[in-house]
Design a binder for this molecule. Structure first.
Ligand SMILES: [Zn+2]
Length: 177
């Protein structure tokens, strides 16, 4: 759970289906880590699920170098691959039945590791099956699903690089979506 809309919807849908859910929140020293964790915590509390923070390091010197307020995607190569590998290890140790990631159709163009074929291929190799239930949904469909599931949109944080603490930049890809 990144605090963003997609993972919030993914978690809310799993809870609505009656699953016992553990949210994973990654702290990889990203610029928005505080805001993301705060939003994810609020979402997890609302869903009454446990949130587990995982510290990891992802090399992102090149991809995240854009300044706050600068446009464009922040494509960190293999970021979700790293996160899913860590989630697979965590899940296998805890006899988790499935790992779910909130990739959507909006991610497919820029993020290789958000595409359906990538998730399927990785799932086949993982000790715990991986699925991306929102992978075919476009932005408006994700929003509609969010509303239907009672996700509080005021609790969502999406910006990659806040201008200052708690203030979205308004220009990065995530803000513009
Ligand atoms: Zn932004």
């Amino acid at each position: 759970m990144s605090g963003g809309l997609d993972s919030a919807v993914c978690a809310a849908a799993a809870v609505a289906e009656g699953h016992e859910v553990i949210g994973l929140c990654f702290d990889w020293m990203q610029p928005a880590r505080r805001e993301e964790r705060q939003a994810a915590t609020a979402q997890a509390e609302r869903l009454n699920i446990r949130l587990h923070t995982m510290r990891s390091y992802v090399h992102a010197d090149k991809s995240m170098h854009a300044a706050p307020g600068e446009s464009g995607p922040r494509v960190v190569p293999g970021r979700n691959l790293v996160f899913l590998a860590l989630a697979a290890n965590f899940g296998a140790e805890r006899d988790v039945a499935e790992i779910r990631i909130g990739c959507t159709a909006a991610d497919a163009a820029d993020y290789r590791d958000c595409r359906a074929d990538f998730i399927e291929a990785l799932s086949a190799l993982s000790p715990v099956p991986i699925s991306a239930p929102l992978v075919a949904l476009h932005r408006d469909e994700v929003r509609r699903t969010a509303v239907a599931l009672g996700v509080d949109l005021s609790e969502v944080w999406s910006c990659y690089a806040p201008r200052e603490r708690g203030v979205p930049c308004g220009a990065c890809n995530s803000c513009l979506q």
